[in-house]
Design a protein around this ligand. Structure first.
Ligand code: C2E
Ligand code: CA
Ligand code: CA
Length: 277
């Protein structure tokens, strides 16, 4: 039995052929979905662990398919990458995230909006120009935007990466390394990257109580961040127990179902200035 897995649902297919035809369907319908606004960007709270108030959000894309319902990004981002559609999809996400950040800014709401950038998008020759164009078009203040780049894409071509990152910083964006510690990169080069934040992956947070694995990985990432003067944020925090251990390790920011799931922007606003524990 073939299986298409997503966070919320596990769909079983009778055979490989059915799974393949599901993928083909998604792939062929994706361009129209982008054009007709079937995509939605949800936002997940990120809290500061001194006040437990929301200081930022991460934008996470979903596909609200008219027949198939909500489709997880795990099911269509890889397809978009394979089918050469990730540049268009990625641009939709950036524009949508910029517009929302601008709406919040106009309302006097100070929230940093994190947006995911796929590897192909980051290394695309027009990436920086696209950002410049979208900043002009949406009038967003780039200081409101944090670009999340995976560790794997950062080590793909280090010299080019460092140069692109410097240009992003010059424009005013901040940069996070997503899923830090899962990409087997040589940490010695980290010091060359003009980045702001390391994101601790959910895999480590889930194993936080197993001494030699999660706990020590997280502890090393936090020490590394401190020595390089970078911020850290732990992802996938689901339990109070995890919050407590992360606090002992002096983790300054957290994100996860314990504080809030990804949600539409109008559900984010009532959570402002509240203790989210
Ligand atoms: P990611 O960037 O590591 O995003 C975090 C994922 O963990 C999200 O899944 C989020 O909903 C989920 N999550 C957050 N807190 C918890 C928790 O406490 N427990 C558990 N079990 N999960 C939690 P989601 O939204 O399904 O996104 C999956 C991946 O798809 C993302 O992983 C990212 O790699 C990709 N993705 C999502 N949106 C975009 C996008 O706009 N552009 C690109 N290129 N990739 C995206
Ligand atoms: Ca992310
Ligand atoms: Ca992540």
């Amino acid at each position: 039995q073939a299986k298409v897995k997503s966070k919320k649902q596990v769909v079983f297919f009778d055979d490989i052929a059915e799974a393949a035809s599901y993928r083909l369907r998604l792939e062929s319908e994706l361009p129209l979905a982008i054009e007709t606004n079937q995509l939605v960007l949800c936002y997940q709270p990120q809290v500061d662990t001194i006040t437990y108030q929301m200081v930022g959000v991460e934008g996470l894309v979903r596909w609200n398919h008219p027949e198939l319902g909500m489709i997880s990004p795990n099911d269509f981002i890889p397809l978009a990458e394979e089918a050469g559609m990730i540049i268009r999809l990625g641009e939709w996400v950036l524009r949508e995230g910029f517009l929302q950040a601008k709406r919040w800014e106009d309302k006097g709401i100070e929230l940093k909006v994190g947006l995911n950038v796929s590897m192909q998008q980051f290394h695309h020759p027009t990436f920086v120009l696209t950002l410049v164009r979208l900043v002009k078009e949406t009038q967003v203040n780039p200081r409101q935007i944090d670009l999340e780049i995976t560790e794997v894409s950062a080590v793909e071509d280090i010299e080019e990466t460092v140069e692109t990152m410097h240009r992003l910083k010059q424009l005013g964006f901040t940069i996070s390394i997503d899923d830090f510690g899962t990409g087997y990169s040589s940490l010695s080069r980290l010091v060359d990257f003009p980045i702001d934040t390391l994101k601790i992956p959910r895999e480590f947070v889930q194993k936080i109580n197993i001494e030699a694995s999660g706990y020590s990985m997280i502890s090393s990432i936090i020490h590394l961040a401190q020595s390089l003067n970078l911020a850290v944020i732990a992802e996938g925090v689901e339990t109070l127990e995890q919050v407590n251990v992360l606090n002992q390790l002096a983790c300054e920011r957290m994100q996860g179902y314990y504080f809030g799931r990804p949600m539409p922007p109008h559900e984010i606003e009532p959570l402002l200035y509240r203790d989210l524990t």
